[in-house]
Design a protein around this ligand. Sequence first.
Ligand code: SAM
Length: 232
Amino acid sequence: MSKLAQPLTYRRAARRLRRKLHPIRIGPLLARVDQDRLRALQARHGSPPPDAPSSWHHYSKYLDLKKYLPLNIRRVQDLNLHRSPPREILDIGCGGGFFLFVAQAQGHRGLGLDTPGIPVFDDLVELLGVERIIYTIKALEPLPALGRKFDLITAFSTAFHGGRDHSWRWGAKEWEFLVADLEQHLNPGGQIFFGLNPAYGGDYYTPEILDMFLRRGATVERENVLFPPKRS
Ligand SMILES: C[S@@+](CC[C@H](N)C(=O)[O-])C[C@H]1O[C@@H](n2cnc3c(N)ncnc32)[C@H](O)[C@@H]1O
């Protein structure tokens, strides 16, 4: 049976089984983190002052590594990164850098990209040893030169297309511009993966955005959008 013809429940069960067969243990990952520094960050950022930007309050939840590492372990497993040769990975909206931290522990090289001004993320990427550039993705604006090309470009729970604090949302035109632009940053064979938030009134995309993803050959499974490998 082709992958697309398999029901969602079957594919999910298969993924769960694959994760069990090829686990990534959280213990060795936690052992790589300086726990004294983590506790200091939790004390510093755990309760931002009342007049701090709302994002500081919202993102302080990422100080709970034991909660957010397992999610990112699953992301790495589902992209099969724990069983593939070393790859160059760009993670857009990398936040605290958890995904790249887990991927790097599997032998990959990561670069995060995120907006400025969120101190808890500044400190977390440093703690986790994740290289990051500060850049704000804007509609219909190409990314800057990044100094290297990538085998995988990811964006998980992204907000650049309009997040909880915005009244606007990107349409298909803006998404297509981003996808085409990201392709310029891929090595031959490289892929783009989005793990989307339900930003469109509870939906992950509008019908027009979904059409565009499919027209460009993406495999779409609810929030997960994987584009085909770039041709050389
Ligand atoms: C909900 S957090 C997710 C963080 C991380 N990807 C994860 O799943 O743990 C959304 C992230 O998107 C980033 N972000 C929001 N707007 C952005 C933009 N225009 N350009 C780049 N990053 C952006 C935020 O700073 C934040 O790190």
